[in-house]
Design a protein around this ligand. Structure first.
Ligand code: NAG
Ligand code: NAG
Ligand code: NAG
Ligand code: NAG
Ligand code: NAG
Ligand code: NAG
Length: 410
């Protein structure tokens, strides 16, 4: 089952690659042809100690099968894809430390993940910064309104995020990179820092009358709409975060490389509210992010309609539950879901909600991963990373001889 899903993903990647009129698609990135190649290609064989750290974008929240409980890591995340046969290839000499954890801020990545890294790493992939500036709070206040304290809560949240981007983010990113650089192999080690992608298309006003507010009982005037102006502001924020990452990467020197996939998502029409799309359209071909009710090929759609397992306290998912729960405490008669069709899990609405490190997940499972990348989005990043790794290889093989290269050249 894994392999049929995997091949399907490559088909998606090919579609993405051909609809993207860009150079990385034409490079020597192995697509499905190299799928079962047991030997890593020469330009990737230098990657023997490999680590992936960061937040839910690096954990791949929601993409494929969950392979870890407390951090919500998934098997179609870009780190998982890279470490698989279709990408870096099988190499018994390669180690992969996969420490990314959903919900982590850059400070948590520094304290909990960076400290656990091996020394002398060839490659570290990182995704961090989005949680520092509260992107999930904006998703709550300006889009879904799982809990809304007052009518200008969205504006407050946007202001708060702008201030964090301007004042705190750079320092935090540099602090993280300063700790990561000494973990690299001194000769050829590299850090690949992945950014974020703008969530919304802004070509027309067709989404202006769309609200994704989850409580139908909420007064119409209190609901947030996906207006063109709002979409542009939220996009600007993502770009501002990317810009800060790019600057921090530049400042950190040539051991660190920024991996910017934002324009590919845009060019592929992979965002919400693309021109002519009447939202919600969660299963639209080419949509790169999860919308509520998105079902990927290979997903169990029955399971996605039911409340699944408990979720880790402090995670993205538990924020959603706690916001929802707070609204229910104030308005026990309110129904969840735009069409009031969602029966919240009655057992879990009661007392038994927080036990140790877990929070009961009382919503249908497809809410868990909204605004995260679908497998096609992770594929895009994995392909982009492969081309960056190949670029790095062409530089290091000119300046450095690494033992064992020749024997593994196929
Ligand atoms: C793994 O390392 C051993 C010892 O250095 C070497 O002989 C072998 O060729 C390597 N195998 C691969 C697939 O790189
Ligand atoms: C947000 O910032 C804008 C511009 O700085 C300001 O005019 C507005 O009053 C702020 N809104 C809130 C709710 O603080
Ligand atoms: C992140 O920035 C905030 C605000 O400047 C600061 O309090 C915090 O210590 C920073 N964290 C790191 C790891 O630099
Ligand atoms: C918004 O407007 C479009 C046409 O402009 C219409 O097709 C769609 O049903 C409307 N959506 C809502 C939620 O009213
Ligand atoms: C899908 O999920 C349902 C409900 O959780 C379960 O009963 C069923 O066995 C699952 N099907 C597959 C193919 O895993
Ligand atoms: C929901 O709120 C109630 C009352 O405040 C509390 O006892 C319960 O633990 C909360 N559950 C969650 C998941 O926050």
């Amino acid at each position: 089952m894994f392999f049929s899903q995997f091949r399907l993903c490559h088909v998606v990647a090919l579609v993405l690659a051909t609809s993207c009129n860009v150079t990385w698609a034409k490079e020597q990135v192995p697509l499905n042809t190299k799928h079962n190649s047991p030997q890593p290609l020469r330009q990737y064989s230098w990657v023997r100690s490999f680590a992936s750290i960061g937040d839910s974008y690096a954990a791949g929240l929601g993409a494929g099968n969950r392979i870890d409980w407390s951090c919500s890591r998934y098997d179609h995340s870009y780190p998982s894809l890279l470490n698989s046969n279709g990408f870096l290839g099988e190499n018994p000499n390669r180690t992969h430390q996969y420490l990314a954890c959903s919900g982590a801020t850059s400070e948590e990545v520094l304290v909990k993940q960076a400290s656990a890294l091996d020394d002398d790493l060839d490659v570290i992939t990182v995704s961090a910064g989005g949680n520092d500036v509260g992107l999930s709070i904006i998703m709550n206040q300006c889009i879904y309104q799982f809990f809304m304290s007052k009518t200008d809560a969205c504006e407050d949240a946007l202001n708060e995020t702008w201030s964090k981007i301007e004042n705190d983010l750079s320092g935090n990113l540099t602090a993280l990179l300063d700790v990561l650089k000494p973990k690299l192999n001194k000769g050829h080690g590299k850090i690949y820092y992945t950014g974020y992608a703008r969530f919304f298309a802004t070509d027309d006003e067709i989404c202006d009358n769309v609200t994704w507010a989850v409580w139908s009982y909420e007064s119409q005037s209190a609901k947030q709409f996906l207006t063109l102006e709002r979409r542009k502001i939220m996009n600007d924020m993502v770009q501002a975060v990317n810009k800060k990452i790019e600057e921090a990467v530049h400042k950190a020197g040539d051991q660190v490389i920024f991996v910017d996939y934002d324009s590919f998502v845009a060019e592929n029409k992979g965002r919400f509210c693309e021109a002519g799309v009447i939202e919600p359209d969660p299963n639209r071909n080419g949509l790169c992010f999860y919308e509520w009710k998105t079902v990927d090929t290979g997903d169990n759609s029955t399971a996605l309609h039911h409340a699944g397992d408990d979720v880790p306290k402090g995670s993205f998912e538990s924020d959603i539950v706690e916001w929802t729960n707070k609204t229910l405490q104030e308005h026990p008669d309110w129904k969840f879901g735009p069409d009031e069709e969602v029966e919240l899990d009655a057992d879990k609405k009661g007392g038994r909600q927080v036990i140790g490190d877990t929070v009961s997940w009382l919503l249908p499972d497809f809410w868990k991963r909204v605004f995260h990348l679908r497998p096609a989005g992770h594929l895009l990043i994995a392909h982009l990373l492969m081309s960056k790794l190949a670029e790095t290889a062409s530089k290091i093989s000119a300046s450095e001889t690494v033992e064992g290269y020749a024997s593994r050249d196929d």
